[in-house]
Design a protein around this ligand. Structure first.
Ligand SMILES: [Zn+2]
Length: 283
């Protein structure tokens, strides 16, 4: 049975350093495809996805949220009016309706919108009061006992309220809901959970930070953020072959210009083929 509905939920627009986005690839090459601004920054976004799967209303990732202010927001060049809750409201979704929050991982730009200051401003509360909060066990351990490299990406104020609530559960590799299965990839960070969604006979893959934009198809185009680039390359090679052979639709969380794409075999390897809004691929 396939009775899924999909809603695109834009949480934020921000910027990332172009060099960090493309790792060892020289600027002279990547900048021909994506022109950075005068500060070498690229415009990116946090484009979350809401999936109605039978009785469940599953929100995949929640963006940065509104707890950080001042210098932090300036450093990220946060801009625009989109917020997680406004975007949900545009689809008539109340936070209390969400049954599951599926975190691909717990870097601040993927889970910050799950927790906010309480009305008194003296503590924190979960934004989705009736939801179960999910991430992989490996990722939870990475987040709560961070290594030196990743420590700055995990915020205690995002994690502790989830732990204290008793609503945190661990995702396993495999079925998550009737039409969503999850696979664990670990090149970007340990235990990143990537959702594969069956919708109208097609498979949509929520790419998160596994392959963050449509420009990241060449195997060596790996962001500096990835903790295990050789593992990323292996995982990416295997995934892209499967995606090309099965016409998976890749849905991008961070690619501000390209919402989704198909991939295809070319002489140079597997590359993005048809690119555009998700709706183009599923209607
Ligand atoms: Zn990440």
């Amino acid at each position: 049975m396939n009775n899924t509905e999909l809603y695109i939920i834009m949480a934020e627009h921000f910027k990332l350093d172009g060099g960090a986005c493309f790792g060892v690839v020289p600027k002279s090459i990547w900048s021909k495809l994506w022109q950075p601004d005068e500060n070498n920054m690229l415009p990116v976004c946090n484009r979350c996805l809401l999936v109605r799967d039978g009785e469940r209303l599953i929100l995949i990732d929640t963006g940065i949220g509104d707890k950080q202010t001042g210098k932090f927001r300036e450093y990220l060049y946060l801009s625009g009016d989109d917020t997680l809750l406004d975007s949900l409201q545009k689809h008539g979704i109340d936070p209390a309706d969400i049954t599951d929050v599926l975190h691909t991982h717990l870097h601040f730009d993927h889970c910050g919108g799950s927790v906010r200051y309480n009305t008194g401003g003296d503590g924190f509360e979960l934004v989705f009061p009736n939801a179960t909060y999910w991430c992989s066990k490996t990722q939870w351990e990475r987040a709560t006992q961070p290594n030196v490299r990743e420590g700055a990406s995990y915020f205690k104020e995002n994690l502790q309220p989830m732990a204290d609530s008793g609503k945190l559960r661990f995702i396993e590799d495999g079925n998550f809901s009737p039409n969503i299965s999850v696979r664990i990839y670990s090149g970007h960070t340990g235990g990143q959970a990537i959702p594969f969604i069956s919708h109208q006979g097609k498979t949509i893959v929520f790419m998160a930070d596994f392959i963050p934009t449509a420009l990241h198809m060449p195997l060596a185009w790996v962001p500096s953020y990835d903790t295990e680039p050789l593992i990323t390359m292996q995982e990416k090679g295997d995934f892209l072959k499967e995606a090309a052979d099965n016409q998976y639709i890749l849905f991008f969380e961070h690619d501000s210009e390209r919402e989704a794409c198909l991939v295809e075999h070319t002489e140079k390897g597997i590359r993005a083929g048809k690119t555009g809004m998700l709706q183009m691929f599923i209607s």
